[in-house]
Design a protein around this ligand. Structure first.
Ligand code: PLP
Length: 428
C-alpha cells in the first residue's frame, strides 16, 4: 500500500523509496503526504505563524542548539516552506534544499554564505542579466569573476586559478539559449575538487537534473516553470550531495557539527536566511507547491509549442535568426538532445532590419509584452532595451545579445493559436 504510512520517523526512508519507485509527477504529487499532514489533507496547509511555542523551555534551547528538530522563527524555516523544500529536493533527486524569497535571493545566497574576499569564480558569460549584475557586485566586494564562454569546457579550464571556489553556469542561457558544456565542466570540477553550481531555471528539474552532470549545488527560480502560474516569487538551492564540503575552505566551525554533506546548507540557512532574511513566505510556498504538481504536463506542452513556433519563424524570410536548442541550426542542438528531455519553452529571435521589433511585439494579440518566464501565458520582451539595458552594448555583444533580439517564453495556450499569432504579426 502506497499511503498506509504517516509516521515521521520513517519519512526519510519512505521518501527515498518513493523517489526510486515512482515517476516524477507521482512522486511530487504525493510528497506532502509522506509526512504527517493535519487531518490527512493532500496539501501541506499554509502555516502563517512566525513563531512556535514550546511547553518545555529546555526543548526550545535544544532546537536552537540543533540537538533536536523543530522550528525556531519564521525567517529560518516554516512547515509550509519545508514541504516545498522537500518537493524541490525530490524533483532534483538531491539531498536537501533551502527555499528563498526569489531566484535571485537563492543566487545571492551563494555570495552571502559561501564566498569571501579574494575568492575567484568562473561563470558562464551567457547569463540572465540580473545574475551578471550580481557577479559585478561580487567583483566590487573584493571577489574576482572570470566570465567565459562556457559552451566549451576548455574556456572554463583556462580560467581556473588556485583561488577558484566555484564554477557557475545556466543550463540553457537566458535569453540567447547557449547550452553550457555541462557534462565536461562537471567532470573538470570533479577532477579539480571545485564546486559546480548549475542554474536549472530554464530547463527545470523535469527536463534535466544537474546532479547527473556532477553539480554540487542546483539553483532554481521557483517563480518560473515550477510555480508556473506567475502568482508567486520564489527560489531554491538544492545540495545534490555530490560535493565534498570538507574540502571547501569557507565553512565556519559552527556548521561542522554534523557530517560534511550537511555543512553547506547549514551555513546557507544561517548566513543567508537567518542573517540576511530573504525568506520565502508560506502563502507563496503554497502557490508554488500547487503549481509544481503540473510541471511535467506544462513543460511537455510548452516545449512542443516552442518548437512549432520556432520552426515557423525560422522558415519565414522576414526573420533573420532564431535561437532555440530544439532547432537543428542551433550550435548545441545535439548536446541539448543528449542532455535534456526536451528543449524547453524559451527561445529568442531577430527580425530582418526592415521590421521594427517594437512594432512586431505590438502586433501580437495573444503573447503579452512582459518580463517573466515559464508562465502559463506566452510572454515576449525586447531584452536589449529592458533587462540588459543597464549593462550596456559592449557586454550585450559579448553575451550574443543583438539590439533587436526578442525573447519569447512560450506558455500553454493551444499550439495552433500561438503559431498563428507569431505569424500574423510578421505581416506589417
Ligand atoms: N535564473 C534565471 C536563469 C532566470 O531567468 C531568472 C529570472 O528570470 C532568475 C534566475 C531569477 O529568478 P527570480 O525572478 O525568481 O528572482
Amino acid at each position: 500500500m502506497l499511503f498506509a504510512f504517516f509516521v515521521d520517523k520513517k519519512a526519510f526512508k519512505q521518501s527515498a523509496n518513493m523517489t526510486q519507485k515512482y515517476g516524477f509527477t507521482t512522486t511530487i504529487l504525493h510528497s506532502d503526504r509522506q509526512k504527517t499532514i493535519e487531518h490527512g489533507a493532500p496539501h501541506k496547509p499554509v502555516h502563517t505563524s512566525v513563531t512556535w511555542g514550546y511547553s518545555d523551555a529546555r526543548q526550545l534551547a535544544e532546537v536552537f542548539q540543533g540537538k533536536q528538530s523543530g522550528y525556531r522563527y519564521g525567517r529560518q524555516g516554516n512547515p509550509t516552506v519545508a514541504a516545498l523544500e522537500d518537493k524541490v529536493t525530490k524533483m532534483e533527486g538531491g539531498l536537501a534544499s533551502i527555499c528563498f524569497a526569489s531566484g535571485m535571493a537563492a543566487i545571492g545566497a551563494l555570495i552571502q554564505a559561501l564566498l569571501r574576499e579574494g575568492d575567484h569564480v568562473v561563470s558562464s558569460v551567457f547569463l540572465f542579466g540580473n545574475t551578471a549584475s550580481m557577479w559585478q557586485t561580487f567583483g566590487g566586494q573584493g571577489g574576482k569573476v572570470s566570465m567565459v564562454d562556457a559552451t566549451d569546457v576548455a574556456n572554463v579550464e583556462a580560467a581556473l586559478t588556485p583561488a577558484t571556489r566555484m564554477v557557475f553556469v545556466e543550463t540553457i542561457a537566458n535569453p540567447r539559449t547557449q547550452v553550457a558544456d555541462l557534462k565536461r565542466i562537471g567532470e573538470l570540477c570533479r577532477a579539480r575538487g571545485i564546486l559546480f553550481v548549475v542554474d536549472n531555471t530554464m530547463t527545470s528539474p523535469y527536463l534535466f537534473q544537474p546532479k547527473t552532470v556532477g553539480a554540487g549545488l542546483v539553483v532554481n527560480s521557483l517563480t518560473k516553470s515550477i510555480g508556473g502560474h506567475g502568482n508567486a516569487l520564489g527560489g531554491a538551492l538544492t545540495d545534490t550531495g555530490l560535493f565534498d564540503w570538507s574540502s571547501f575552505p569557507n565553512i565556519y566551525d559552527a556548521y561542522k557539527r554534523n557530517p560534511p554533506v550537511q555543512w553547506a546548507l547549514a551555513q546557507i540557512r544561517a548566513k543567508s536566511l537567518r542573517d540576511f532574511g530573504a525568506s520565502l513566505g508560506p502563502e507563496a510556498a503554497h502557490h508554488i507547491a500547487v503549481g509544481a504538481e503540473t510541471i511535467a504536463l506544462r513543460m511537455e506542452r510548452s516545449s512542443a509549442s516552442a518548437l512549432a513556433v520556432a520552426r515557423m519563424l525560422e522558415a519565414d524570410p522576414r526573420v533573420a535568426a532564431v535561437h532555440y536548442p530544439g532547432l537543428e541550426s542551433h550550435p548545441q542542438y545535439v548536446l541539448a538532445g543528449e542532455l535534456f528531455r526536451s528543449s524547453s519553452y524559451l527561445f529568442s529571435f531577430e527580425l530582418k532590419p526592415e521590421i521594427d521589433c517594437f512594432d512586431y511585439l505590438n502586433r501580437l494579440k495573444l503573447a503579452i509584452s512582459g518580463t517573466h518566464l515559464g508562465d502559463n501565458r506566452t510572454l515576449v520582451i525586447a531584452v536589449a532595451h529592458t533587462i540588459f539595458y543597464e549593462i550596456g552594448a559592449e557586454r550585450r555583444a559579448a553575451m550574443g545579445i543583438g539590439e533587436s533580439l526578442i525573447r519569447v517564453s512560450i506558455g500553454i495556450e493551444d499550439t495552433t493559436d500561438l503559431v498563428e499569432d507569431f505569424r500574423q504579426a510578421l505581416q506589417a
